[in-house]
Design a binder for this molecule. Structure first.
Ligand code: GLU
Length: 510
């Protein structure tokens, strides 16, 4: 039974890199008929941000990434928030101490800082490891009595992992293959603090074990911690049930250099978060995909392809298709460049998949907000006609407003270019045709475009674009006669008459 977990720390809004990690876990779980778990890793209380957990839950829910167990829904392996599991971890730290896999360390922050400075002065980097630990204040260097005395007198301590000297540790990664590191390069990480809280490393391994996690799919930034994690499984005697690891490639800046950061989003004008986030301390707003008008399906599809491909050219994939097609073998080893234009392309594609009724719903809100009444059928017709020009719902009103309100001004550049001498006469003729010919597309087409414009060898572009200018205010919009049919005879005539009155006749030489 596949069991995977998404294990964010509630330190702020969830970055889209984190969303992608959650998505890959979800696709993998669903494909294998397994379980998807949401665990909140909040052991570092100094980095805790109120509201972040709720944000994570809301964001993943919006995207359709569903959980079988988790902090918000419970489950048989709960609690799913590490701070609620606090009493559980001490015994594991004690087990490692008893078995010689860990030791107490009493070094004060000032002493560690002094060590660092000392090393820096010699252009070296201090690391608390098998080569230095003997010279520090810990239960390896101090006598048993001294250690006992310090603990009993309430002196603060941490518990550190004791890496064996000079052994090769291999992490078998499903994406990268075997990654080997020598223990001399690894520092004796803190596992447990005297405040009774475990660190990330201890809590993460203990929980993955107790929650029977089979696959750890997470960001590449955790690869350097993986040898420690592998060693912890060994130290606990849990090697036979150790999960398989898959470290996902980084999401890179659009230029390709370096990790995609919040600042890149601000700089290049695209969201790096799923939802808007108001920082509770600074009040600063970071914009989200949802509020920008992105559809969750588009965001999911776009993220799925940042670091993975189905092995074919297919780009548009629904969640169900992604579940079918996803495979770890096609996850790339190298970082995936974020591409804003591609994100918009997906959004446009998915917007086109909305039904006319769904688009009309967005449009109806814009219309209603402006105190305009329009029949539902009419709004649906406009939506159907204009949908292809729209990427974001926020563009709907500007793109469709002339279906609902007559223009009050006319684009001066278009007047100059199109409204030639004699145009008032031609426009008066348009009104005459509308008044006399049956108000149907084909008959008006014949009377205006064929008989009048072509028949009199007039400039088609000039006359039709002037009509457009009169009706729309600019030279944009759908097929002109389709628009006329939708607006109706009276409204079109009113608009054309108004343009004649407002723009008037121009000098013949212009
Ligand atoms: N709490 C870690 C994070 O915030 C989880 C890393 C992991 O999946 O092991 O990313």
């Amino acid at each position: 039974m596949v069991r995977v977990r998404f294990a964010p720390s509630p330190t702020g809004p969830l970055h889209i890199g984190g969303v992608r990690t959650a998505l890959y876990n979800y696709l993998f779980a669903r494909q294998n008929g397994g379980k998807m778990i949401l665990r909140i890793e909040d052991t570092d209380q100094t980095r805790f941000v109120p509201g972040a957990e709720q944000y994570i839950i809301e964001a993943l829910d919006w995207l359709g990434i569903q959980f079988d167990e988790g902090v918000h829904i419970g489950g048989p392996y709960g609690p799913y928030r590490q701070s609620d599991r606090k009493p559980l971890y001490r015994q594991y730290a004690e087990q490692l101490l008893a078995d010689g896999w860990a030791y107490y360390a009493f070094d004060r922050p000032e002493a560690l800082e002094a060590k660092r400075k000392e090393y820096e002065a010699e252009k070296k980097t201090f690391q608390y490891d098998c080569t230095t630990r003997q010279g520090m204040e810990n239960s390896l260097s101090l006598s048993t009595e001294e250690v006992q005395r310090r603990i009993e007198s309430g002196e603060p301590y941490v518990v550190r992992f004791k890496f064996p000297e000079n052994i090769d540790i291999t992490v078998h990664d499903l994406i990268r293959g075997g990654v080997t590191m020598n223990s001399r390069l690894l520092d004796d990480k803190v596992l447990f603090k005297s405040d009774g809280m475990p660190t990330y490393h201890l809590a993460n391994i203990v929980d993955d074990h107790l929650m029977e996690i089979t696959h750890v799919i997470r960001g590449e930034e955790w690869l350097p911690s993986a040898p420690l994690h592998v060693m912890l499984y060994k130290a606990f005697g849990w090697e036979s049930t150790m999960p398989q690891f898959a470290h996902l490639p980084l999401l890179l800046k659009p230029e390709g250099n370096g990790k995609l950061s919040k600042r890149d989003g601000d700089r290049l004008g695209f969201p790096v978060f799923p939802l808007d986030w108001h920082d509770p301390k600074s009040g600063e707003l970071s914009s989200g995909y949802r509020e920008k008008g992105y559809l969750p399906q588009a965001v999911v599809n776009m993220l799925a392809l940042l670091g993975w491909n189905p092995g074919t050219e297919q780009e548009i994939m629904s969640m169900d298709e992604l579940i079918k097609l996803f495979n770890v073998e096609h996850i790339s080893k190298s970082g995936a460049k974020f591409n804003v234009e591609k994100a918009k392309w997906f959004q446009h594609e998915y917007f086109q998949m909305l039904s006319d009724e769904q688009v009309a719903e967005y449009l109806q809100k814009e219309v209603g907000a402006r105190g305009i009444t329009a029949s539902h059928d009419y709004v649906v017709k406009v939506a159907a006609l204009m949908k292809e020009r729209i990427t974001f719902p926020s563009e709907l009103w500007d793109t469709c407003c002339y279906f609902f309100v007559a223009p009050t001004e006319y684009d001066p550049a278009a007047i100059k270019k199109r409204w030639k001498a004699g145009m008032t006469t031609h426009m008066a003729k348009v009104i005459e045709i509308l008044n006399t010919v049956p108000f149907e597309y084909d008959t008006i087409h014949q009377a205006l475009l064929e008989d009048y414009i072509k028949g009199n060898e007039l400039n088609m572009g000039s006359v039709m674009n002037s009509l457009r200018l009169a009706v729309v205010g600019k030279t944009v919009g759908p097929d002109m006669l389709t628009l006329v049919m939708m607006l109706g005879k009276e409204e079109t005539i009113r608009r054309v008459q108004r343009a004649i009155d407002t723009i008037g006749e121009v000098e013949s030489q212009s």
